[in-house]
Design a protein around this ligand. Sequence first.
Ligand SMILES: [Zn+2]
Length: 167
Amino acid sequence: MRVGIGHDTHRLGAGGPLRLGGGDIPHDRHLLGHSDGDVLLHAVIDALLGAAALGDVGQMFPDTDPANRGRDSGEMLQAARDAVAAVGWRIVNIDCIVHAQRPRLLPHRQTMRLRIADLLGVDPERVSLKGKTAEGIGPIGQEQAMAAECAALLAPREEDDSTTPIH
Ligand SMILES: [Zn+2]
């Protein structure tokens, strides 16, 4: 088995919606970035690539490449999933934390879990998602930024593993 960790931080700007976990959440701020700024999916990508020792999201999708401007992070996550599968690993589970002062993530948690599970081609019970505020202090508490962390566990892929759809 292989374990990986991912971490990401993005600044927040005025105006919504908030792109997080592969979808849009109604909010009065949005994440800034060269891609769509989806801090949660970027942390998941880095955890998967890290577990397989395949580098990181910046290496796979350089921000110097104009093709990556505004790129859909869901598509980036699928590319990372495929890269990990191509070197013989399958995803056992991921566990994520989103650090955000606002909005409350609990009402959106299940939707995000289902979307991430769908993007990864795994059962939703293999995707855990937790939200934390920063108690109003620091750049996250002051709503200047959001951060996310993810841990991922990989196991060797079996040729006839019917529990893990191969895309
Ligand atoms: Zn990022």
